[in-house]
Design a protein around this ligand. Structure first.
Ligand code: NAP
Length: 286
């Protein structure tokens, strides 16, 4: 059984029925192939669930193969969709090429690429293992660029395809004590927004999904010792992203409060915003 925050529960019949009822994706990716990175936990699992419910075939990738296989089995049984699993560590620069080669060998044309995998690390920069910071930049930025660069040309040739990139409300401001992570997410937002405009003439939609605090394994993985209230569910966040992508938006912020926060802070000096964020994120022990 999966052990991500939401996935730790068995889906009840009601949950499955509700998720099908709220599914906006059937008309968009029904019968097509989607590739989801970071599909072993949190928001990635929620994308997989919603897309499978809409009849989308899935390539699932992350490092934890056992979880991917369990999810693939469950989705195939529940929704009768084809699934493929490919375990890869996106901190390795060669991983995107390997993932792309896997889909080519299988003769799979990816119509929806979801660059979801990512992680953060709390703490003052000098206290964080340098390799962890470099891996973060590799996973959150370089792998996103590399995968997108590999999968776009076949989409352009077919004149159809969609790319969703996980940014964050942290994309809109500096966040002390998780500064590198916030910077990677600013990169993701600007990369997606620029690409959305570039790809329009080719019939390709690109969207950045910017969640605020979300129920997932993210905070445990990042070693966060402070509770951020009002976290959204991974299901709600994934649904918001897919809906925005289908609507042709170049970015979406999940949740009204997060939207108002991200845009409201533009009205006050940047240094003030950073100072407030420092107060929120300063480790308890400091
Ligand atoms: N949760 C939040 O509050 C929040 C807010 C804003 C944005 N986001 C963004 O949402 C995305 C999904 O995060 P989440 O909240 O769902 O976190 P999560 O529950 O920790 O899931 C992260 C996923 O990324 C994968 N991943 C991490 N490092 C990887 C690596 N080196 N190679 C391959 N896959 C890797 C993990 O799989 P394996 O460990 O099995 O490899 C896992 O499937 C991230 O990009 C995150 O930055 C999250």
């Amino acid at each position: 059984m999966l052990s991500c925050a939401r996935g730790s529960k068995q889906n009840t019949f009601l949950e499955v029925t509700l998720s099908q009822a709220m599914t906006p994706t059937a008309g968009n990716w029904f019968g097509k192939w989607a590739l989801i990175t970071g599909a072993s936990a949190g928001i990635g699992v929620a994308f997989a669930e919603e897309l499978a419910a809409g009849g989308t075939k899935l390539v699932l990738t992350a490092r934890r193969k056992d979880r991917l296989e369990a999810l693939a089995k469950k989705l195939t049984e529940s929704y009768k969709v084809q699934t493929e699993v490919f375990a890869a560590d996106l901190a390795e620069p060669s991983a995107p090429e390997k993932i792309f080669a896997f889909t080519k060998e299988k003769g799979i044309e990816i119509d929806l690429l979801i660059n979801n995998a990512g992680f953060g690390q709390y703490g003052e920069l000098p206290s964080v293992d340098p390799q962890r910071l470099l891996d973060m930049v590799q996973v959150n930025c370089s792998a996103v660029v590399h995968l997108t660069r590999l999968f776009l040309p076949p989409m352009i040739a077919r004149r159809k395809g969609d790319v969703l990139i996980l940014a964050s409300t942290a994309s809109f401001q500096a966040v002390p004590y998780i500064s590198t992570y916030a910077a990677t997410k600013a990169f993701d937002l600007l990369f997606a927004e620029g690409l959305a405009e570039e790809m329009k003439p080719h019939g390709i939609r690109v969207c950045a999904l910017c969640p605020g605090s979300t129920e997932s394994e993210f905070h445990v993985v990042a070693g966060q010792d402070k509770f951020i209230p009002n976290a959204e569910t991974a299901e709600k966040v994934a649904h918001t992203g897919l809906k925005a992508l289908a609507a042709g938006k170049s970015y979406v912020i999940s949740g009204l409060g997060n939207y108002l926060g991200a845009h409201g802070e533009r009205l006050v000096p940047r240094r003030f915003v950073t100072k407030v964020a420092a107060g929120m994120f300063k480790p308890k022990t400091k």
